[in-house]
Each structure stands twice: as C-alpha cells, then as structure tokens.
Design a protein around this ligand. Structure first.
Ligand code: TPP
Ligand code: MG
Length: 694
C-alpha cells in the first residue's frame, strides 16, 4: 500500500467555474431560477448597503461620498454565501412546509442573515421603524455597526437567531440542542471552514451520535468552504477533495458537495442538493418513526465551496479580492475618500440591479418576495428561535421530600449531591419531553446516578454485552454524556434557547474548559433583557462538584476554584453563584434554580461526605435570605462581636466552624458571630441584586 499522499488536483479545490455537485439534477424552472437569483442579489445588495451606506439606499442618485458611512465596519466575506444558503433553504421550507431555523456559525456574516430577515418582512414587524420602504431601508442600513444601532454579528437583536456566532465553534452543538425533542424541526447550521478548525467545532461533528431519529429533529450542517479566514487559507479547503470527503464520512456524515461560482448552475446545484438532503432526512426519520427502530442514520450534510466575498471585484489596487482572504471584512475600505473605490462600489452595487428588485417606494418586489415563506415558517420568525414563546414551566416535585432529617447541626455526615440526584430523577420523570441532564462523563462520579432509574445515557452506537452491567446506556434516553464540556454546554444552551430546561454537572477544575462559552451565554442573556420581544428562557443551571478541597487521589491538576472569578465579573442581572454547604440547602438552591429564568446559576457543592447543618425549614429560610447568622455557632448573643467568622461552601464552612471551636477553647471570653453565605452575590447591595422569589 502506498504511503505517499495523492497529488492535489487544484481544479478540484477551486471555488470557481460552473457548479460541480454530487447531486446533479436541475430542479429550477427558468422563472424560478431568475427569481431565486434576484432574491439572492437583493440580499447581497442589502449586505453592501449595511456595510457602506448612510443615505441613498437604493442608489436612486449617483453615489457620492456623503452617502457613505464615516466608519466602515462589518464582514462582507461570509455574507453572500450565507444568504445564498438562506434563499435555498427558503425554497424547501415553502415547498414542503418545513419547520426550520437557521444558525450562522460565522455569525460575523450577519449582513447575509439580516438581509433575508428584512426581505421576508420580519425585521420590519419586530422593528417598525425599519419599515419596508425607502425610509425604513435607510434606517436599516444606518443602524448596522453604528453607535446605538446593532452589532455586526447575529446578535440577540437579530430575529430568528439563537446563535450569535461571534465566538466561533459552537454552531453544531447549539444546533443539536435545538433539535432535541423537536421531532419536526430541521436546524440548518452553517459551519465556517475557519470555524471548523476550532476545538469545540471539531469535536461537535459527533452530534450525529446524539440525535434520535425517532424523537429528535435533524441538524443539516452546511460546511461553508469559502477557503479563507481573516488572513489565512483554511485547512479543509486545501486538503485533497477525497481526504475532506473521507474526514466527513469518518465522522458519520454523508457529504454532498456544491462547488463553483457561476450563479445559475450553482443555484440549480444548491436547489437540488438541499432538496435531496431534506428528503433523506425525512426518509431516515420516517423509517425510525414508522418501524420504531432507532439506529443512527448516516445523516446528510452539504459542503458549499464558493468564493469568499462572492461577487466582489476580482482585484483592487493590484490585489486579489474576491475569492481571497482580503474579502473578509470591508473589501473597499477607502470608498469615502477615494473616487476610484467609490466608482467600484457603485458599479458593484448596481450590478445587483436594485431597480429590478425594489419598487418606487423602496419595497421589495412582490414577485420575489413570494419566494419567502410566510408567518412563523419564516426562519426569522420561527418561534423556536425565540424559545421563551414555546417554553412550558417545569413540573417540580416538592424538594422538601428529598431532604435529610437531623437533630442538631454539625453532628452527622452525608453525601451532599446524592439526594439531589434523586430529586433530579423525579424532575426528569415529570418532564420527559422538555428536560435533559448533561455532563461530560461524571454524573455517576458526581453521585447523581439515581437519574438513570428513569433516563439512561443516550447511546446509539454499538453495544457490548458487558454494557448491561452498570453501563446505563439506552438509545431512548435523555441524559447526555460525551467527554466534551464544549459540546455538552453547547447542546444545553441550544436546548434552553429553544424553550426547554436542563441541568449540567461537571468537575470544578474542568468547568474552565467552558469559561468562554459561559461568558458568551451570559452576554446573550444580558442583551436579551433589553429586548421586549425576546421571551424569557429557563436559566442555565451548572453544578460544579469535585471541588478543590477533596482531590486526594487526583492532585493539583484537579484543583482550581477559579471559575467563580470568571462568573463574578458578569453582572448579577444574569448570573448567580450559590454555595450550599449541605444536603438540604443544596436541594433548596436546586429547586430555586430550576424555577428561575434568564440566569446562569452556578452551584458549587462537593459530592463527598460532609457535615450537615440545617434541617429543611432552616435551610429554606437561610437560602431565601442568601446570607445569615448561624446562632447555634455564635456566642455574641446579638451584642457586638469580637470576631466575625464568615464562610461560604461546604469545606470552608466546616473549617471555619472548626476554627470557631478552637478560638473558643483558647479564648473562652471571646464573642464570635458566625455568618454563612449561600448566595455569593448577596454581598452586593440589594439594588444590584433582585430578591429570591418563591
Ligand atoms: C474562537 C474565535 N477565535 C477567533 C475569532 C476571530 N475571527 C473572527 S472571523 C475569523 C475567521 C473565520 O473564518 P471562517 O470560519 O472561515 O468564516 P468566513 O468569514 O470565512 O465565513 C476569526 C479567526 C473568533 N471570532 N472566534
Ligand atoms: Mg471561511
């Protein structure tokens, strides 16, 4: 067998020419083709308008410097490809009445998503001042990447978005979470070819092993192989064709290629390919649903190889532009000052033929508008992408029943997380359609394994006989475990953002792996607070266990309480940290967190044996206050104490109590007040810390 790599045939890696595609049908009539291309040109025109124009939105007059924004921001490179995909998905939504949402991995290409959201009317419905006329269009352009306007990514302000795509890497895990328990939904997820070099994205190709074709929706990944990142080629666009295909097949997908730049043949190829994929998805789902046989299908995916910055001028000032990394952001940065660049931009924008696309009032011509779906079938108006609209409250058992009885504080020991596992088991039992538990590989280690009595770990791969001995695997289950904190966090976020509920547990030291994902989700929630049309979603509940103090067999690598540093620098509007020291307080905190909305709740609680301090009633009172004096551990009797001992969390509380005992032994007259903190943000003024409502 030869070990020499086959020579790269450059022609097979080109993003240019007539379409080369795996599916070769040409389903569009001449009229459909003309209209589809017009819709796409309208999207591209709007993308350019957003990036460049502050006035003269439809080029009704010759373009002059005063029509150009002072500061040019945004990303052109990804945008035409994104809207190309969007337009073709729309065709299938209309044709088959699909329930579909759109996630743009390279969310920096927001113009390519905002454009169709405006053209299909949703944008003006959500933001009436961005109306479907000349004035509205001007406002729509102006606000983009403008002070007081919207950002240049698929931010929460973007109707239809649940994925900002600012920090790259999470599109497939978000898409998968959105598809769980939504059997009719297809989540179209565009993956940037640069994005696919990130760790989180690379591992998330495995989502196909977590989708149940009987009960879940489908994810349709579209790898956007435009060849470049900001300043570099992408790896996947430069490896041999056959190697890329093998890679994707190796991850369990059937890739369908659509490659080229000639618009007409690319439209035909894309139309045929999307249709083929949707039909395959439907066939797999039907087989599973009608015959009740759950196995992993080889789901389809699309590889779209098209030029970065498609339709931009080929060259500017002697430098290659279209089909190169120079097209990533603002391709003609000097249009305001340089008359040559201004003319280039004008020619480029006019080449989209705006006069054909918009009527005299600036409204998108109805013969093209008809191509878009209507109402909630529009991806920009699909309620799954404003998940709070679909959210049903969790049904919760009475957490008090799961507590432990104790006579006196500090006398007995128990494993703090074990009763929580039993509580979660019953939460699961009562919410088998809209609650899931996520964890990298540690639910048992974290002593939450009671959950498996009602829902096992989802496993759709091969089984060995020994798996039946404690493996807790099933292909019809709701606990998600994969050794990728990124994928688990991403799935949970996607699940919550589409209106469901969940719980995530992980080791304290390795929760750092998702520091940045936590940040991004918290920022998303913060922005949503200011958007009245975004409905509340369930909080993201994160239990961190295996804490720094108890790493006898693991050592230093497993010690690091620093995640809390990351959390405290986000506002109490969207984050909470709870440090319950015992079983009953943990249960009370967990119940509260599962009821809460629009937060990231971080619960720190170790899984080993710990002293128990509070009976259930005292735990509830203490948790409700969030901070309090423990009279039984104090001897200041309401007077002025000599020393205040303050603790938060299981081991610090135990150690602080032991220190109190020692102090009182050494200094019998000393007056000590003992304070325990459960809700860390209670240390902030109450004005910055809304109360805990039961
Ligand atoms: C995790 C992460 N690292 C770096 C960046 C900065 N960044 C923004 S866009 C980009 C290139 C993305 O390339 P690709 O995914 O191919 O998207 P394209 O613009 O080509 O569609 C980079 C590196 C980022 N947004 N996220
Ligand atoms: Mg790219």
């Amino acid at each position: 067998m030869s070990t020499v790599a086959p020579p790269n045939n450059l022609a097979t890696l080109s993003a240019y020419g007539k379409a080369r595609s795996t599916v070769t049908e040409t389903p569009l009539s001449a009229d459909e083709l003309r209209k589809t291309d017009a819709f796409w040109r309208a999207c591209s025109f709007l993308s350019l308008g957003m990036i460049y124009l502050i006035d003269n939105p439809l080029l009704t007059e010759p373009l002059r410097p005063e029509h150009i924004k002072n500061r040019l921001l945004g990303h052109w490179g990804s945008s035409p490809g994104l809207s190309f995909i969007y337009v073709h998905l729309n065709r299938l939504i209309k044709k088959y009445g699909l329930d579909m949402i759109f996630l743009a991995g390279p969310g920096h290409g927001a113009p390519g998503v905002l454009g169709p959201a405006y053209l299909e009317g949703t944008y003006s419905e959500v933001y009436p001042d961005k109306s479907e006329d000349f004035e509205g269009l001007r406002e729509f352009f102006k606000q983009f990447s403008f002070p007081g306007g919207i950002g240049s990514h698929c931010t929460p302000e973007t109707p239809g978005s649940i994925h900002e795509g600012g920090e790259l890497g999470y599109v497939l895990s978000h898409a998968c979470g959105a598809a769980f328990d939504n059997p009719q939904l297809i989540v179209a997820a565009v993956v940037g070819d640069g994005e696919s070099e990130t760790g989180p994205l690379a591992t998330s190709w495995h989502i196909n092993k977590f989708l149940n074709p009987g009960r879940d929706g489908a994810v349709l990944p579209i790898l956007h192989l435009n060849g470049y990142k900001i300043n570099n080629p992408t790896l996947l666009a430069r490896i041999p064709h056959e190697e890329l295909e093998s890679l994707l097949r190796g991850y369990g997908w059937i890739p369908y290629f659509v490659e080229g730049s000639d618009p007409d043949s690319m439209h035909q190829a894309m139309a045929a390919t999307v249709e083929h994929c949707v039909r395959e998805i439907r066939t797999h789902q039907q087989e599973a649903r009608e015959n009740n046989v759950i196995s992993r299908p080889r789901w389809p995916m699309i590889v779209l190889r098209s030029p970065k910055g498609w339709t931009a001028p080929a060259e500017v000032e002697g430098h290659r532009l279209e089909g190169f990394w120079r097209a990533h952001q603002v391709p003609l940065p000097n249009v305001k000052k340089d008359p040559v660049q201004l003319r280039l931009l004008e020619d480029w924008m006019r080449s989209q033929r705006p006069e054909e696309l918009f009527d005299g009032n600036g409204k998108f011509a109805s013969e093209f508008r008809e191509l878009a779906p209507t109402g909630t079938r529009r991806m920009s108006a699909n309620p799954h992408a404003n998940g709070g609209r679909l959210k049903k409250a969790l049904r919760l058992p009475d957490f008090r029943q799961y507590g432990i009885k104790l006579e006196k504080p500090g006398q007995m020991q128990a494993e703090n997380t074990r009763p929580l596992g039993i509580f979660l088991r019953d939460v699961m039992k009562m919410n088998m359609g809209n609650f899931r538990v996520f964890g990298p590989d540690e639910n048992t280690s974290n002593k939450l394994d009671a959950i498996y009595q009602v829902a096992k770990k989802f496993w759709i791969e091969e089984y060995f006989p020994e798996d039946s001995d404690g493996g807790e695997l099933s292909n019809d289950s709701r606990v998600m475990e994969m050794l990728s904190e990124h994928t688990m966090e991403g799935m949970l976020e996607g699940y919550l953002l589409t209106g469901r509920h969940g719980f995530f547990s992980t080791y304290e030291s390795f929760v750092h792996v998702i520091d940045s994902m936590f940040n991004q989700h918290a920022k998303w929630l913060e922005i949503c607070r200011h958007l009245s049309w975004r409905e509340s979603i369930a909080s993201l509940n994160l239990l961190i266990t295996s804490t720094v103090w108890r790493q006898d067999h693991n050592g230093f690598t497993h010690q690091d309480p620093g995640f809390l540093d990351v959390v405290v620098n986000k506002s109490a509007n969207v984050t909470r940290i709870y440090l319950p020291p015992d079983v009953n307080s943990l249960l009370s905190v967990a119940d509260h967190c599962l009821r809460s909305q629009n937060y990231v709740n971080v619960i720190v609680c170790d899984k080993q044996m710990h002293l128990q301090y509070m009976d259930m009633e005292s735990a509830i009172t203490h948790c409700t206050k969030g901070i309090g004096i423990w009279d039984w551990a104090s001897n200041d009797e309401g007077g002025e104490p000599d020393v205040v001992m303050a603790s938060a969390g299981d081991i610090p509380t135990q150690e602080a109590l032991a220190a109190t005992v020692l102090l009182r032994q050494e200094f019998p007259d000393i007056k000590i007040r003992f304070i325990n903190v459960i809700d860390l943000f209670k240390l902030q003024p109450s004005t910055e810390h809304p109360p805990w409502a039961f």
